[in-house]
Design a binder for this molecule. Structure first.
Ligand code: GLA
Length: 580
């Protein structure tokens, strides 16, 4: 280690360059250096390369979450009084008792201005009591309050959002008692794939006037990282190759005389007019991440980029790398970052306030654009698989077709989310509503109602048990399929294109079987139960007789081996089967 207790400053590079020439060079460099440099980086651009480590495992959503959300019906026409009325209806209708225990406020709850402390605040007129008070009211009805933001500077309706403010927003939500958080991806900004070109790092206590310098040569290099003598104008050694998740520079001998916050200055070569990104790990833990602005190198050739890190007294190891090699990685990294902030915030708030921790069910909403099923279980509790649902048949069908294939990625604590329910909304007829609900239960999807549940109450305040949408969403036998503790989504075991047969393993060696008719006329189905028992993903035993319950007519019968039925157009029949 080369120890130089001097304040070096950046200095001014010798000689001035003609601005035009410098800009021309920057543009040329950008073109060349933006490109991945080897085949691995090139293929990495279309893959999830990042390893997020362990499953999210916050202990929430061990079965698919259930509840209600404001978006599908109310969009931006929401208010505190509406939410209180919905909470009241959820309790009185028995929806809360049937398991729908989350009450989620979607977009448009926020004021366009953050408060004086930079915290999000609710609309100053339509949510007069604030969210903490609303949470208390909702909790009093036996429900948990959920809230929404976006992994961008603004939400989808252009209100303030959480990118770059993850910690403060997570702390605010924890303090308010939020228990479900939907994180959208409007106004998202992809992280740079390139890494900084590091000349050296400097470490000093804040305001001390001195710092210790560790040169490029002091680093242990991993992967693609290499020392290069890049500069043809001023010679200098730099660590390159930190981009595209390809390499890391580890400074294993960073000495701190005292433990506590230190300024870590990453001295970089100004190279090309593009942003770079790096994560800083201290002693094996991520300390922070940082974006390096585009650099022009018109006058000075190197820059000081500073972050604050906590060091322990004695020897520390600092590792600098960019794990992002594709836009998939970028989404995975930033969704995981918010997830970690939420976990930390609920734990710390509970400790500080001396109250039991309220876990936040973390709902990732990037519309399935970045293969969230590949990383979602490590970042959060559920992930949208597709773009938004709409209350007509083509939308329900398209989302089902896409999501049913993703069965292997979901399980307790991490679920495929084919979006909130449209039962009771729009142009769906009775069979379609029933099929929509059944398919979501078979896929072990979250059951988040999206209709106006106040319509489930009669004028006298009692539940309207004749309401067909109400009957569908309170079918406890179907809900039990969704909520089965095994937490395994169905698999499509047969399909003719227009007729699908789905099988969902259940706890205790039982199965749910769904016959789904996509055609516009009735269709006959038949299935031998021995062929189901033979599947390796179910525990249904071979038997001479099975107890078969139709989960919509609630009729139970003993069946030798074969189930036969007719299914209405756009309809389903669902059976729960166990060996006698
Ligand atoms: C996106 C989401 C929707 C809803 C809106 C809110 O479109 O996918 O579910 O949250 O934003 O603006």
């Amino acid at each position: 280690m080369d120890l130089k207790a001097i304040l070096k400053g950046t200095g001014v590079a010798a000689g001035a360059y003609a601005v035009g020439a410098a800009l021309g060079k920057a543009a040329k460099e950008q073109k060349i250096e933006e490109l991945p440099t080897d085949a691995k980086q090139l293929t990495g651009l279309v893959k999830v390369n990042i390893d997020l480590g362990e499953d999210y495992g916050n202990g929430a959503a061990l079965t698919p979450p259930m509840g209600w959300s404001s978006w599908n019906t109310f969009k931006n026409k929401i208010s505190e009084s509406l939410i209180v009325e919905v909470a009241d209806a959820m309790e009185k209708t028995g929806l809360a008792a049937a398991g729908y225990n989350h009450l989620n406020i979607d977009d448009c709850w926020q004021s366009a201005s953050r408060d004086a402390n930079g915290r999000l605040q609710s609309d100053l007129v339509t949510f007069p009591s604030g969210i903490a008070e609303l949470a208390r009211k909702v909790n009093a009805k036996g429900l948990k309050l959920g809230i929404y933001s976006s992994n961008g500077k603004l939400t989808c309706q252009d209100l303030p959002a959480s990118l770059g403010k993850e910690d403060i927003d997570a702390r605010t939500f924890a303090e308010w008692g939020i228990e479900y958080f939907k994180y959208d991806s409007c106004h998202y900004k992809v992280l740079p794939f390139r890494g900084p070109c590091i000349e050296k790092i400097a470490v000093g206590t804040l305001g001390s006037g001195t710092e210790v310098i560790y040169d490029a040569d002091d680093a242990v290099l991993e992967g693609n990282a290499a020392i290069v003598d890049y500069d043809r104008v001023e010679t200098g050694k730099y660590i390159a190759g930190l981009g595209f998740g390809g390499g890391a520079a580890v400074f294993p001998q960073v000495i701190a005389e005292e433990g506590g916050p230190h300024a870590l200055t990453i001295c970089i070569r100004k190279k090309s007019h593009s942003e770079k990104f790096a994560v800083v790990e201290v002693n094996g833990q991520v300390a922070c991440d940082t974006i390096f602005p585009p650099t022009w190198a018109v006058v000075t050739k190197e820059a000081r980029h500073q972050v604050i890190v906590d060091l322990k007294k004695g020897v520390n190891s600092i590792r600098i790398y960019n794990p992002v090699g594709s836009r998939f990685d970028s989404f995975a990294y930033q969704y995981a970052r918010m997830g970690k902030a939420l976990k930390r915030a609920t734990r710390e708030y509970a400790q500080a306030a001396g109250v039991p921790e309220k876990k936040i069910t973390y709902s990732i909403c990037e519309w399935g654009f970045n293969m969230p099923w590949k990383w979602g279980k490590k970042a959060g509790n559920l992930w949208r698989t597709t773009f938004d649902i709409f209350p007509f048949w083509a939308s329900i069908l398209a989302i089902y077709e896409f999501t049913v294939r993703l069965w292997k990625h979901a399980g307790p604590g991490g679920w495929n989310d084919p979006d909130m329910l449209e039962v009771g909304n729009g142009a769906l007829n009775y069979e379609e509503n029933k099929a929509h609900f059944s398919l979501w239960c078979m896929m072990a999807a979250p059951l988040i109602l999206g209709n106006d549940v106040r319509e489930f109450l009669k004028a006298d305040g009692a539940p309207d048990t004749s309401n067909t949408a109400y009957k569908i969403v309170t079918n406890r036998a179907m809900i039990a399929i969704d909520q089965d503790p095994l937490g395994v989504p169905c698999r499509r075991i047969e399909s003719t294109g227009l007729q699908d047969i789905l099988v969902k393993p259940l706890a205790g060696g039982e199965v749910a079987i769904c016959f789904f008719n996509k055609a516009s006329e009735s269709k006959p189905f038949q299935l031998r139960l021995a062929s189901v028992a033979a599947k390796d993903f179910v525990d249904l035993p071979f038997a001479d007789s099975y107890e078969v319950t139709d989960l919509w007519s609630h009729f139970t019968q003993a069946v030798g081996d074969e189930i036969r039925c007719n299914v209405a157009p756009h309809g389903v029949k669902v059976f729960r089967v166990k060996a006698n």
